[in-house]
Design a protein around this ligand. Structure first.
Ligand code: GDC
Length: 336
């Protein structure tokens, strides 16, 4: 267990970053937390730490300030979202390269012991994801390089930047390739939401408004695997504590089509079967994607636990509560 360490979490106001801070605080670490969002827009709030900074970590001076006298750095920050965001904001997504680069330089200068980079399944070669059901992606499938345009190129490049800082300067590196992480406190509206949250929201609202139809992007046959946030955090901590410095999948191998995921959410919500308006002109991304977990099992002796239907139930219940409290189209700020 990581305990009694001074840890910088960059992107602490976001979804995964917020859950990570919560876990590290519970494990009795001293946390410095930064995010570009003003504090009132952070996804979770933590009473126990006063060391929050709202700052742009693309600026190297900010990176230098907050890496002083720190043991470990977790870089959970990037400008990101689901397909609706990353397909239409490639230049924005690629600028996150400045966060990782300047944070690595500052970490090297301030002699940080270990550095974590949150990469993505979007780093994988697109050609290996053209069929509806594919074999899970193995870590080596990122090469030859042909990742998701914009966002995926930034992730792959930044992975390599980490690797070279390790080779040339000896900074210890850990890299997770996350596969569509979902759960409570995730974005569910506003344009950055990913499919699990978007489809839960659409079904909650259809039920509330007595509608019999939802919009679905694509033909619904495209596949993904989705990992619940608690498993993501457990895998992240275990990877960080391991001695493995190459990228590792943190994902699920429960591959489902978007249609199958909608079936699961409809069951949870107890609505009658809704009509599906397939929108073929909306962002679709790759045709099929899933995680191969051989390496994570070998290196960490660990596998995720939460099945999609159980994780979606927790997410659906949380979101129903949020929507009834706050409505579905406002910025959220929730105390954890
Ligand atoms: O957005 P996403 O979850 O991202 O979309 C998965 C699939 O669900 C897409 O084919 C999309 O067209 C379909 N879909 C159907 N309806 C909807 O209402 C909807 N909203 C959304 N968002 N999608 C819908 C993600 C990246 C992340 C991250 C992960 C890593 O790609 O966007 O930033 O890095 O990958 O796995 P997805 O899975 O393509």
């Amino acid at each position: 267990m990581i305990k009694n360490k001074k840890i910088l979490v960059v992107g602490a106001g976001g979804f995964i970053g917020g859950h990570l801070v919560k876990r590290l605080l519970n494990d009795e670490n001293f946390i410095i937390a930064t995010d570009i969002k003003p504090k009132e827009y952070w996804f979770q709030d933590f009473e126990k730490t006063k060391n929050y900074y709202s700052m742009d970590m693309k600026e190297i001076d900010n990176c230098r300030k907050v890496t002083k006298n720190v043991d470990y750095v977790f870089n959970m920050a990037c400008n990101m979202g689901g397909m609706g965001f990353i397909e239409n904001n490639k230049a924005e997504c690629m600028q996150s390269v400045l966060i990782n680069t300047n944070l690595l330089i500052a970490s090297k200068e301030n002699k940080i012991k270990r550095y974590f980079f949150s990469s993505s399944a979007c780093a994988y070669n697109k050609n290996k994801q053209q069929d509806v059901f594919i074999k899970g992606l193995k870590e080596k499938d990122a090469y030859p390089a042909d990742p998701e345009d914009g966002y995926g190129w930034e992730k792959l490049f930044s992975e390599r930047m980490c690797r070279h800082f390790m080779e040339d300067y000896g900074i210890e590196i850990r890299i997770a390739r996350y596969h569509n992480i979902y759960g409570p406190f995730g974005t569910y509206d506003g344009g950055r939401e990913k499919a699990p949250a978007a489809l839960c929201r659409k079904i909650i609202n259809a039920k509330k408004n007595n509608e019999d139809k939802i919009d679905v992007w694509g033909d619904g046959k495209q596949t993904r695997s989705f990992l619940y946030i608690d498993d993501c955090i457990e895998g992240t901590i275990r990877l960080f504590e391991s001695d493995y410095s190459e990228p590792v999948n943190i994902g699920s191998d429960e591959q489902v089509s978007i249609n199958q995921m909608i079936d699961i959410i409809e069951n949870i919500s107890k609505v009658k079967k809704l009509k599906r308006d397939y929108q073929l002109d909306k962002p679709k991304g790759v045709r099929g994607r899933s995680s191969n977990n051989d390496l994570v099992k070998e290196v960490l002796n660990w596998s995720y636990e939460i099945k999609l239907k159980d994780g979606l139930k927790k997410t659906f219940d949380w979101m129903s509560n949020e929507i009834s409290k706050r409505g579905s189209n406002i910025n959220r700020f929730t105390k954890s």
